[in-house]
Structure formats: C-alpha cells, structure tokens
Design a protein. Structure first.
Length: 201
C-alpha cells in the first residue's frame, strides 16, 4: 500500500503549494481544509504522515494530535506554524510529533521530516501486520498445545514436561513437534522470538 501524506491546512494556497512539493517528490497526497475533514479522510489501514497546521479553526492541530493519541492512532505528525511558539512545539514534540516547523518552511526540511514520518509509520504497520500474522498462527494451536508452549521455552526435556503435566512423554513429544511445525520454529529461542513478534512478552 502506497503511504498517504495528509495535508491539513485551512489556507488553500498553502495546501496547493504543499501538494505540488509533495507530489513532485513522489508522495500520494490527501488535501484537507479542516481537522474534521481529515478525520473523515484518514485511513488507519494505510501507512502515512500528517502535515498539520497548528492554528486550525474549530479543532486545533494540537487538539487533533491529542485526539488521535487518545484513540490509539499512531500517525506521525509534522506540525507547521505561522509563528515560533515554543510551548506548543514542546507539547507537540513530547506527544510524539516528528517535527515542528515555522512557515515559510524550507522545502528540503519539510520533505526530510515527511520522509521520517512515513518511514516511522511504515515500520509500525509492518510490525502490526507481523503481529497479526503471528497471532493467527498461534490461534491454530489446540488448547493442549498452547498449554505446552511455556514449558517449551524453558528448554526442559519432554520427560520433565510430561511429569509436570501428568501425561505420557510420547504425548509431549507429539505436542512439541506440532507446536514447532505450526509456528515454523525449531528452537526455544526461535519460539521466544516468535511470541515476542505476536505481542506476547
């Protein structure tokens, strides 16, 4: 999926200028004249970055950032402001903004910030997809196979696990083999890495 750069600015001239700059650098761009229009246009399934004016009417840029964080939406934000506002920039950066730039913004500086934001978003989406894929494989395990997984992480012998669970050693051997096969791992270390990828720590 091609990442989307959302330009959110109430000034049509600024939107056009930013669209020209970003599309000339190969970005897919979504133009939004208000924070509310952005919320309607935003697709969380696609990686992206927001180029957001701080002083938006209605809901300000900082309020939008706070709302996205409250919803658990991790879309990197590059803030633009017409004046150097240190308290706002500190607040934005503490909340995870990629950058806080003063208009008129240098083209290369803006493009660099957008590239960093898009790269961060793409990495987060990759991690989320890997987690979903790993969890889907975990969901194929039977309840007994799931029960055996923590024991497999310890590197203990089948005989020891069997004694703990009160089953035959042969049964543990079968479960171990099935778990490793279904999850595509060969060792306890690989199993641990797989579980971390699935979000189980």
């Amino acid at each position: 999926m091609e990442p989307i750069v959302y330009v959110v600015d109430d000034n049509p001239d600024v939107r056009k200028a930013l669209a020209r700059l970003l599309t000339s650098d190969g970005f897919q761009v979504s133009l939004n004249q208000s924070t509310y229009e952005f919320l309607d246009a935003y697709n969380p399934e696609v990686p992206g970055c927001i180029v957001l004016d701080v002083a938006m009417p209605g809901m300000t840029g900082l309020e939008l950032q706070a709302q996205l964080l409250a919803r658990g939406v991790d879309c990197p934000v590059v803030f633009l402001t017409g004046r150097g506002d240190i308290p706002s920039s500190v607040r934005a950066m503490k909340a995870g903004a990629v950058d806080f730039l003063t208009k008129p913004v240098d083209a290369d500086t803006l493009l660099d910030a957008v590239k960093r934001g898009v790269a961060r978003s793409c990495a987060a989406h990759r991690t989320a997809v890997e987690r979903q894929d790993a969890q889907a494989l975990l969901d194929t395990l039977t309840p007994r196979e799931r029960e055996v997984v923590p024991y497999l992480l310890t590197g203990r012998l089948n005989k020891q696990i069997a004694a703990d669970l009160g089953v035959a050693e042969k049964t543990i051997k079968v479960h171990r083999s099935r778990v490793m096969h279904k999850l595509g791992v060969r060792t306890p270390v690989e199993l641990l890495t797989f579980l971390e990828r699935a979000g189980h720590r």
